[in-house]
Design a protein around this ligand. Structure first.
Ligand SMILES: O=P(O)(O)O[C@H]1O[C@H](CO)[C@@H](O)[C@H]1O
Ligand SMILES: O=c1cc[nH]c(=O)[nH]1
Length: 255
């Protein structure tokens, strides 16, 4: 580590070398950030492991420098990481996440590429008004779709619901909370009728930040739960779904 470090990321500009990356792949899970770097980048260097926000610098096959970084779970943590990444010169961010499907045709094991997000997230309200659109970058999004097509990965393009909680906000009742507020009872069925594809916890705030800060953001999430059937995570298909999401994002930025 050299020079000024960002407080949360734990590394700084000088750690990125003479040809700093302008693109970052961003995962909620630090283990996914490590997996992406170690299996898809060459000449990988661990930049930091601060607060579980593991960050790796590496190169794509086309020699483009790239970061694999960790957002942590939820919009407040993501907002801090993204703010610091943008200060470091990152101009394109692809979130590689996991999600729960709320449509019967969006199966566990497939991936969802978000065209936009319904943003029910408190952190985003510190960045832009609630009505501000949470929309993905069209060019990165088309690149993700094209990559999924070329890889033969089952994919769905559409609107994502980004919420602040995994349990209450996604209408889970199998939880420590004995009372789900009336305002949340039935919300999943309503979102289904509104053609929302999936639940996750970061895209909406990421997309609003992209609009305000002027960078390009997109998201691809592995479907690991099917909420038309149960509240459970389907572990048997989790790893393959995540690998499909990672392969899709890496191919999209490798062209
Ligand atoms: O797998 P990640 O990227 O963390 O994404 C999803 O998983 C977490 C909840 O289990 C939330 O962060 C949600 O958005
Ligand atoms: O159901 C799910 C699965 C992963 N991540 C979520 O936010 N929800």
């Amino acid at each position: 580590m050299t020079g000024k470090q960002f407080y949360h990321l734990g590394f700084g500009q000088e750690d990125l070398g003479n040809s700093p990356p302008t693109i970052a792949l961003l995962s909620g899970d630090p283990e996914r950030a490590r997996l992406i770097a170690q299996t898809h980048f060459r000449d990988v260097r661990l930049l930091s492991e601060n607060r579980g926000l593991n960050s790796y610098l590496g190169y794509l096959a086309n020699n483009r420098p790239i970061l694999s970084a960790t957002s942590g779970m939820g919009a407040p943590s993501l907002s801090i990481v993204v703010n610091e990444l943008i200060q470091l010169g990152i101009r394109q961010i692809i979130r590689i996440g996991t999600c729960g499907s709320i449509q019967s045709h969006v199966s566990v094991g497939s991936i969802v590429i978000s065209s936009a997000a319904l943003c029910r997230q408190g952190a985003a309200n510190d960045i832009a008004p609630v009505e501000y659109p949470a929309v993905a970058d069209p060019f990165l999004t088309v690149a993700l779709v094209k990559a999924a097509q070329e890889l033969g990965v089952e994919h769905h393009l559409g609107i994502t619901a980004s919420v602040d909680t995994f349990y209450e906000g996604q209408e889970r009742t199998d939880s420590a909370n004995p009372y789900l507020m009336r305002s949340l009872q039935g919300i999943t069925a309503e979102y289904r009728q509104l053609n929302i594809l999936n639940y996750e916890m970061e895209c909406g705030t990421l997309f609003k930040m992209a609009g305000v800060y002027q960078f390009a953001a997109a998201a691809v999430c592995a479907v690991v739960a099917q909420r038309t059937v149960s509240e459970n995570i389907i572990y048997s298909q989790k790893d393959i779904a995540i690998e499909n999401a990672i392969a899709t994002a890496v191919r999209a930025v490798s062209g």
